[in-house]
Each structure stands twice: as structure tokens, then as C-alpha cells.
Ligand binder design. Structure first.
Ligand SMILES: [Zn+2]
Length: 91
């Protein structure tokens, strides 16, 4: 995948989730979406999803969003709890 593809899939998932008003979502640019996702911290240890991860390398190996997430998590030393990305509902 590329970063653009990652952003596209995240955007799609957020739209489907319906947690974020679509007008707020429309205001998120790709970089913002990707960096918010990568900055998601584990609820247990506080480590970020992308911490210690070569993001571009992992992206290149990923087929889709879930694949990317799993590859990131697999580089960590325990099972992290990354369930809640705290997206802003407005900018
Ligand atoms: Zn953790």
C-alpha cells in the first residue's frame, strides 16, 4: 500500500463507523488521518502504533488496513490494546 491508500481506507472505515460527522471527516486531509492513526497509543503501555516501526517498509508489505495494523502490532513485544483511536469530531 501507499500512504494515500492507507488514508483512503481509514477514511472509508471512519465513514462506515459513523462516529465522526461527515463534515468533520471531509476536513481531515490524508496526512492528518494517517498521522492520527499512527499516533494511536496502546492503552496498556502507551507505545504508539508506529513507534519503532519502519512505516514505509510495513506499508510496502501490507495488502490492506488490517494487514498494516497487524504488521505494526507484530513488531511489538506484547499484545497491545489499540482499539480506540481518538479522532477529533471537529477541527
Ligand atoms: Zn502495549
Amino acid at each position: 500500500m501507499t500512504r494515500a491508500k492507507l488514508a483512503e481506507q481509514l477514511r472509508q472505515r471512519l465513514q462506515e463507523g459513523g462516529e465522526i460527522p461527515s463534515e468533520a471527516l471531509a476536513g481531515f486531509d490524508d496526512d492528518f488521518i494517517v498521522s492520527s492513526y499512527l499516533d494511536t497509543a496502546c492503552e496498556d503501555c502507551g507505545k504508539k502504533l508506529a513507534e519503532g516501526v519502519d512505516v514505509d517498509q510495513v506499508l510496502a508489505e501490507s495488502r490492506d488496513l488490517d494487514d498494516f495494523f497487524n504488521l505494526c502490532v507484530n513488531t511489538k513485544d506484547h499484545v497491545h490494546a489499540f482499539a480506540h483511536v481518538r479522532w477529533p469530531t471537529e477541527l
